[in-house]
Design a protein around this ligand. Structure first.
Ligand code: SF4
Length: 292
């Protein structure tokens, strides 16, 4: 496979075939993110992408989902994405689902009709990645989008019939904005009511802007129990309008949770309360086992 640099995919795409259609991220400015810092964004040649799909077609029985990498495949012209999706369906007809990461700008550039065409061609899930629902946090991390635009983009995805998966990052507001980050993120997730939502926990990378701020003492992460309180406050403010499968079981998290909201919200809050009340760090994932 023609893979350029490190590949990233959502945890739920762990068993998917990865086809790299773009290299890097068209935004690449988020101050906490080191994923594509060494890559300059470009769209790969169709011939290279199709050659990888030809190769993938030899692995029947090894995968039933495809994830199109890297960070921002939806920035490509709609016809180009449809050509890729159609070729995957032709060469790997057993593929049940194709997914991509997409940033807010890229989603908003698509018309409702284009999104429906993409869905009809096999694109069934979009991972948006909002990180926070708080304006000040989003400005600080240079996300390049604010909550009202993120909400508009998420509504377009849901209206197209595709599934929507959101990722938020605990700790992103630091100690200073921890509460506001938790409340506003919970509220934004409620308004979006995605099919899936994941809370990861920030891990500071020394070569990122946020890592440098932390080293200089101008940004401070909440401690382990501070992160749990943030998670609790966020969940308390999550009032989902449809069933949402929520996870915080990523390797970066201190306390793994898998639950359906709103059904299991009360149970999850009670669990977090019990862990906080106990105050025993041994219950939490140790630092050496945390990873991105
Ligand atoms: S949009 Fe996503 S991939 Fe791109 S820099 Fe921000 S967090 Fe990283």
């Amino acid at each position: 496979m023609d893979y350029v640099g490190n590949l990233f995919r959502p945890p739920s795409e762990g068993r998917s075939m990865i086809i790299q259609a773009t290299v890097g991220c068209s935004h690449n400015q988020c101050t906490f993110c080191g994923a594509y810092k060494s890559k300059k964004f470009y769209i790969k040649d169709m011939a290279v992408i199709k050659k990888d799909i030809d190769e993938a077609s030899q692995y029947r029985g090894h995968f039933d989902k495809v994830f199109l990498a890297d960070g921002d495949v939806l920035i490509m012209p709609t016809n180009t994405v449809i050509e890729i999706l159609s070729y995957i369906k032709k060469k790997c007809p057993w593929t049940e689902r194709i997914g991509v990461y997409a940033n807010t700008k890229a989603i908003l550039r698509k018309t409702p009709e284009e999104l429906k065409e993409l869905k009809a061609a096999g694109l069934l899930i979009i991972y948006q990645g909002i990180e926070s629902g708080n304006k000040d946090v989003l400005r600080h991390i240079k996300k390049g989008a604010f909550p009202h635009k993120m909400l508009e983009a998420s509504q377009k995805i849901i209206a197209s019939g595709m599934e929507l998966s959101q990722t938020v990052l605990l700790g992103l507001g630091g100690t200073e904005l921890s509460e506001a980050h938790a409340i506003d993120t919970g509220k934004l997730l409620s308004e979006m009511s995605p099919h899936y939502a994941s809370a990861l926990t920030v891990m500071l990378l020394p070569y990122t802007e946020l890592g440098k701020e932390a080293a200089a003492g101008t940004f401070k992460l909440p401690d382990k129990f501070g992160m749990l309180k943030e998670l609790r406050l966020m969940i308390e403010n999550m009032n989902m309008k449809r069933d949402c499968f929520f996870t915080s079981n990523h390797a970066s998290n201190y306390l793994p949770i898998r639950a359906h909201f709103p059904k299991e919200k009360k149970d999850v809050l009670e669990l977090i309360d019990a862990v906080i009340a106990k105050g025993d760090e041994n219950i939490l994932r140790p630092e050496y086992m945390r990873a991105l």
